[in-house]
Ligand binder design. Structure first.
Ligand SMILES: Cc1ncc(COP(=O)(O)O)c(C=O)c1O
Length: 374
């Protein structure tokens, strides 16, 4: 993966560590590449959960991306504030969150909100809330195409009856299908393309049956960073593409998808805080500075400590075994590229924005919490 220290040595020295630093040039490049891969900006619906930054959503809107995807109400609120006219909250909305959908509609009337459902009782509850609130809500049927996380298998009869129910429930509009395929991680592009085609055979035949029965299926929202390229090659006017990670990109996806040319857009700036043994350097890059949702040793790439083995991590410490221990001094800055950027970003209240080696701004992680004002 392409990386280069986003700040000059002098600029980095002024920043208390650990810190999140984003590289504006890399992000701009990644955005352009994402738009180019989609083939048509109007098909793009990037997922903002990766960055959760209002300012970055504004950049996307400025580039002409009007459709967005979110996982929480705070993220949906963020893209609405950024000027998005259309947001899909790609998460099953249940319990008291249903009322928040109605509140969102009142608070952000200029932003069309669409939610997901995959359950009869949830659809009924949604219909009750929307009828009471005097609104209509667009709802996508969430399809399970192999990830087995949420959704209904489109080959099951229940998928048809769920969509039919969405179509018939007062206060709801059946707005299409949601197809997230986060299980497709084939390193070979040809194999990934073939896997997407297999998914499409199932999804399109389900769509065709719905349409033949007189129901509208205006949109089918597909894919993430690994698959939106293959999805973009399928010619069907209803397909929208929903990559998230590639805007910041991370070490994990660089390993999984080596054909991609996205650059590291987010870094953790850390320092050597101790050299406790002749072969160890300890950094201030603990679980609270870089996401610990991967195995020890796999959580962050430290390109400057070549051959270093991460042997111990606690809340605020990362211990690296290295033959080069003597080339590091306590206080030295060490850059890390997270394995999983989406879960690293919300560990910070803001990111330093780097341009031409200098800090030019600070961007809040606006949707860091699940609740903003709604
Ligand atoms: C529902 C949904 N859509 C889109 C994405 C974006 O995928 P990626 O992070 O691979 O770009 C995700 C990622 O978790 C997701 O959960």
């Amino acid at each position: 993966m392409k990386w280069s220290a986003p700040l000059s040595t002098r600029a980095a020295e002024a920043i208390p560590s650990p810190a999140l630093v984003i590289d504006l040039a890399a992000i701009t490049d990644n955005l352009d590449q994402m738009i180019a891969t989609s083939g048509d900006i109007n098909r793009l619906r990037p997922h903002c959960k990766t960055h959760k930054m209002l300012e970055l959503s504004k950049l996307e809107v400025q580039r002409g991306i009007t459709r967005h995807k979110a996982a929480t109400f705070a993220e949906a609120e963020m893209v609405a504030r950024a000027g998005a006219t259309d947001v899909v909250l790609a998460y099953p909305v249940v319990g008291p969150n249903l009322r928040r959908a109605a509140e969102f509609r009142h608070r952000f009337p200029q932003t069309r909100l669409t939610v997901l459902a995959d359950d009869h009782a949830a659809i009924e509850a949604m219909g009750e809330i929307t009828s009471t609130a005097g609104i209509t809500l667009d709802v996508l049927l969430d399809l399970n195409v192999g990830m087995d996380r949420t959704g209904i298998d489109p080959t099951l009869p229940e998928a048809f009856s769920l969509y039919e129910r969405l179509s018939k429930t007062p206060g709801l509009t059946a707005a299409g299908l949601h197809v997230y395929d986060g299980h497709l991680h084939q390193t070979s592009v040809d194999e990934r393309v073939a896997a997407v085609r297999d998914v499409w055979v199932k999804v399109s035949s389900f769509r065709d049956r719905l349409v033949a029965a007189g129901m509208a299926v205006p949109r089918i929202i597909c894919g993430g960073t690994g698959t939106f390229g293959p999805w973009s090659r399928i010619e069907d006017a209803s397909i929208e593409l929903s990559p998230g990670t590639c805007v910041l990109h991370d070490w994990g996806y660089a390993l999984k998808f080596p054909e991609m040319d996205y650059q590291a857009g987010a870094y953790v700036l850390s320092r050597v805080i101790s050299r406790p043994t002749p072969t160890r350097v300890t950094l201030d890059m603990g679980h609270k500075a870089v996401s610990p949702d991967q195995a020890l040793g796999q959580r962050v790439w430290l390109p400057e400590i070549e051959g270093g083995k991460q042997v111990l991590q606690s809340e605020e410490h990362l211990v690296v075994e290295s033959n080069n221990r003597d080339s590091f001094r306590v206080g030295d800055v060490v850059w890390g590229i997270p394995r999983h950027v989406c879960t690293t970003v919300p560990l910070y209240p803001f990111a330093y924005v780097a341009k031409n080696g200098e800090v030019v701004d600070r961007w809040e992680i606006s949707a860091r919490n699940r609740q903003w004002t709604i």
